[in-house]
Design a protein around this ligand. Structure first.
Ligand code: FEO
Length: 393
């Protein structure tokens, strides 16, 4: 018997996924302080049965056991693949081997990925396009193409009679805890972190998808990671804000320090900002959780990057976070740069070029020779004032 039973969401709709409490890293990059979940759902119509998404490799038997608590897997008619990434589709070969009559339902791009990733033959695939419907008897599944959220094949499945949107990664959060949103006090913080790590680079695709979602009567959002939203209003509003690139009057300081000199300058900036009552977030890259850095990039209007010089260039951790920020495409409006050096540096040029790629307006680049002089301190304070003025505009 499985350790957690299939969980009924509404009549004839069950959660049959897996909780991965111990997982601590995603994509060999993103820390998962609270594990994650791979949500799969079983929809039982009066005539047909559908499984929506599967689970991460290693959890195939858990999925099968949970399905068996509700139906014999041989009764599954459709396996819906909203997304081909292995954390949701990795158990497809296993499940198609058990659910022998089932067809895999996916987009045209998804059918190619099902073949490449999982060796699913064309005769077992049913390709759907935007607006297509599959009737299950008493329940109806409608498919909504939502490409580039965050792969090209991604789609949503909408269960019309119950108003449930199965959105796969969209609206997800890396949390093993909680079946429903109202059971997790800080759900929106986890959702923001997930948004920033996975969806932020695709803001225009997100806006297009949200427009489609706004036309549906959504009562429940059932993503493939984290809790199910039985109160979807707040997360829908947040997603709209994030997709529109709305930022707060918030300054994000990201820095590296080798001997404490950069740290000293950062403390000066931080205390000036706090004195002015500005929402400030600070990350020391030697210890930072990149998920938290990404979360703060999602809503900070200004970024201040401070780095020491290593062999003539920026510290490798600074370069790493700059590259990450470039990939994540945050809505940062203003950026400033502080470079510390002992006898020479190219880091200012190197990082200015990198910051330009963020699309942010560069307010200031300050170079400090080890210990800030009176003049340097004056420049730093001027920078803070400039940042303050800009974020309040
Ligand atoms: Fe959770 Fe893109 O997979």
């Amino acid at each position: 018997m499985a350790e957690v039973k299939a969980f009924k969401i509404v009549d004839n709709v069950y959660w049959v996924g897996a909780k991965d409490w111990s997982r601590r890293l995603f994509d060999s990059l993103i820390p998962l302080p609270k594990g994650t979940s791979y949500n799969a759902y079983l929809v039982i119509g009066s005539e047909k049965v559908a499984l929506i998404d599967t689970v991460n490799p290693g959890f195939e038997k858990t999925l099968e056991d949970r399905i068996r608590e509700v139906v014999d897997p041989r009764e599954i008619d459709y396996v819906i693949m909203n997304h081909a990434e292995p954390d949701h589709a990795g158990a497809i070969p296993y499940i198609l081997n058990v659910a022998l009559k089932a067809k895999l339902v996916t987009t045209s791009m998804g059918s190619k990925m099902a073949r490449i990733f999982y060796g699913v033959p064309a005769e077992r695939v049913h390709v759907v396009k935007d607006g297509d419907v599959i009737p299950l008897g008493s329940k109806t599944l409608r498919f909504i193409e939502a490409p580039m959220l965050h792969w090209p094949e991604t789609m949503f499945t909408f269960l019309e009679e119950d108003g449930i949107l199965f959105s796969c990664d969209f609206f997800g959060s890396h949390l093993a805890e909680g079946m429903f949103d109202d059971e997790v006090e800080d759900i929106l913080i986890h959702a923001q972190r997930y948004w920033a790590e996975i969806m932020m680079p695709f803001r225009s695709s997100a806006l297009r998808a949200l427009e489609k979602v706004s036309k549906l009567d959504v009562k429940i959002i059932a993503p493939s990671h984290g809790p199910i939203y039985r109160n979807p209003k707040k997360i829908l509003a947040k997603y709209l804000e994030w997709a529109q690139g709305k930022t707060k009057e918030k300054v994000l300081i990201i820095y590296t320090s080798m001997w404490g000199y950069t740290e000293k300058v950062v403390r000066l900036i931080e205390s000036e900002l706090i004195k002015q009552g500005v929402h400030t977030a600070v990350h020391n890259l030697a210890y930072a959780d990149v998920g938290e850095v990404a979360k703060d990039l999602a809503d900070s209007k200004a970024l201040i990057l401070a780095t020491p010089t290593v062999i003539g260039f920026a510290h490798p951790l600074t370069m790493q976070v700059t590259y990450l920020a470039k990939l994540l495409k945050p809505p940062t409006k203003y950026a400033s740069l502080i470079v510390l050096y002992a006898w020479g540096t190219n880091a200012d040029r190197q990082l200015s070029d990198a910051l330009k790629e963020l699309g942010a307006e560069i307010l200031d680049v300050i170079k400090i020779n080890v210990t800030p002089t009176e003049d340097d301190i004056k420049k730093v304070k001027e920078l803070v004032n400039k940042v303050l003025q800009k974020i309040k505009e």
